[in-house]
Ligand binder design. Structure first.
Ligand code: BG6
Length: 510
């Protein structure tokens, strides 16, 4: 796999089955006391080390306000690894990893703290041999992006001297609309060149999401029918059973569409609908994703083709769940969507007239993410009408999570004396076909940052195009009334069912 930054013929020629191991390097995490860092980033670093994919002198620097010594930070990482790592704990791996751990205490506008950071990085270059190569992971609320990025510039930390590299890793949300995303991008690009910036969309780090490309472009079976001549419509679902938990501060005012449709679901749409890239390198992939996102068209009547809703109290997993407006920290007048469904069209030759229905929600029936490509009915049936009453439409379902795999649904004769046809499914399950377990998305993405591979990171253009799609919907919702309601633990509001019923279709019940 090549990075976005010019092909490397030597790496191209290498056997791609060999493990990709990061060279001398370190990672600086801003916002290291946050949830993401504890649950995902620290465990991912350990898992990479445990799999032998990090260099022996790998260094990890935490930066935060907390009054911690290096040992307190190391202890915090230890707890996070013990609780959340995917791979088993091995003392020798931990011992080696913890040698390169340092903590820098300070506020983001504190010049002294950034000087200490600089010294700490230099010290680690000497002690651990990081070669001056560092990635800065901004796991901080977006309002702090500008100050952190400016501080990195001011203290010379973004400079790539003597062949070393410096990279910035940016967590979502990338703004809350097109204008703010552009502002953010221009702030970041004042300091970092495009090839130094890695925007995280952790869905792209998921095995099953990368498998969309393998399924489509490594086979002959699917691509000939992957178009308007055979596909009736596509449903992309990301359902969660959890509520907003302790994230009121982040979530209220953002909502489901900004939280996950703008990024995860539109990336899934792009991978499902894009043309075959000329190669599997970052430039070629981004070119195709950008093209298809640019071809997305909103239906004229947003009142009929979008639904937003909030969960009301209900029952989930045998326990009582409170409604969104009763959650701690939520404004009781809040209009924030915890469920969103939208219909999109793609204005190109392959997809003209094929609707893509996207939906997501918190506190739905169960946790499931899937892409369902629903095919048209056979143009003619020689069977008796009553014999095919239980025959639905053929479907190919990419099960992103949990229960990762792919299902094909088609009609089959029911054993017996009459010619009755009913739906059956053919299944591929990761667990049955592969002995390897899938790495966590963050393991893959952190490794890619250290390697400089940009394939799985959305570019500025993709982020901006996604806001361009969502902005008119958010503005429409702002102007028109209140969100609908759905009971926690159900499959969403009746308005969403009506939206599909108007098109003569219905949502899948995964
Ligand atoms: C995050 C959203 O990007 O994705 C969360 O901010 C959501 O609201 C999460 O819960 C879901 O991720 P996953 O990997 O558990 O599907």
């Amino acid at each position: 796999m090549t990075g976005s930054h010019g092909a490397n013929p030597l790496r191209d020629a290498a056997d791609r089955r060999l493990p990709r191991i990061a060279g001398p390097s370190g990672l600086v995490i801003f916002g290291v006391t946050g949830d993401l860092s504890r649950k995902k980033l620290m465990p991912a670093v350990y898992d990479l080390a445990n799999r032998g994919l990090l260099p022996p002198g790998f260094s990890l620097i935490g930066f935060a306000r907390r009054e911690w010594a290096d040992e307190d930070f190391a202890d915090e990482v230890y707890q996070a690894v013990k609780q959340h790592a995917r791979t088993p704990f091995r003392e020798e791996v931990w011992q080696q990893l913890s040698q390169g751990m340092r903590f820098v205490q300070g506020n983001f506008d504190d010049n002294e703290a950034f000087e200490t950071l600089k010294k700490t990085m230099e010290e680690l270059d000497q002690a651990q041999g990081t070669g001056g190569n560092f990635a800065f992971y901004l796991s901080v609320p977006p309002k702090f992006f500008p100050v952190v990025v400016q501080q990195l510039k001011k203290h010379g930390l973004a400079d790539q001297k003597d062949g070393s590299w410096r990279r910035a890793v940016i967590e979502k949300p990338f703004g809350h609309d097109l204008t703010s995303a552009k502002e953010l991008n221009s702030i970041v690009h004042e300091v970092f060149a495009p090839d130094q910036v890695f925007r995280i969309d952790h869905y792209l780090g998921k095995e099953t999401v990368q498998n969309i490309l393998a399924l489509r472009f490594a086979n002959t079976l699917f691509e000939p029918i992957w178009n308007r001549s055979y596909v009736d419509h596509v449903q992309i679902t990301m359902a969660e059973d959890i509520g907003i938990g302790g994230r009121a501060g982040y979530y209220d005012g953002i909502g489901a569409a900004r939280d996950v449709i703008q990024n995860h679901l539109l990336q899934l749409l792009a991978l499902t609908a894009m043309e075959e890239p000329a190669s599997f390198d970052a430039d070629a992939l981004a070119a195709e994703k950008t093209k298809v996102l640019g071809a997305v068209k909103l239906p004229k009547d947003l009142g009929k083709s979008t639904v937003r809703a909030q969960y009301a109290a209900g029952w989930q997993g045998g326990a009582k769940a409170v409604g969104y407006l009763e959650e701690e920290g939520i404004d009781p007048q809040s209009k924030t969507d915890t469920y969103a469904a939208i219909k999109l069209e793609i204005d190109n030759r392959r997809w003209a007239g094929v609707p893509f229905y996207l939906r997501t929600g918190k506190r739905l029936g169960r946790r499931v993410t899937e892409i369902a490509v629903i095919f048209q009915r056979a143009p003619h049936s020689p069977f008796d009408h009553t014999a095919t009453e239980e025959l639905g439409q053929n479907a190919l379902v990419i099960r992103v999570q949990p229960d990762e795999g792919v299902t094909m649904r088609f009609g089959s004769k029911v054993p017996g004396t009459s010619m009755e046809v009913r739906d059956v499914s053919m299944d591929f399950a990761y667990g049955e076909s592969f002995t390897e377990s899938s790495p966590e998305a963050y393991e893959r993405l952190i490794l890619d940052v250290l390697l400089g591979d940009a394939n799985l990171f959305p570019r500025t253009e993709e982020v901006e195009l996604s806001w361009k799609i969502l902005d008119p919907i958010e503005q429409f919702w702002d102007r028109h009334g209140k969100p609908a309601q759905y009971e926690a633990g159900t499959w969403g509001p009746v308005e969403a069912d009506e939206m599909l019923a108007r098109d003569g279709r219905s949502w899948r019940r995964p």
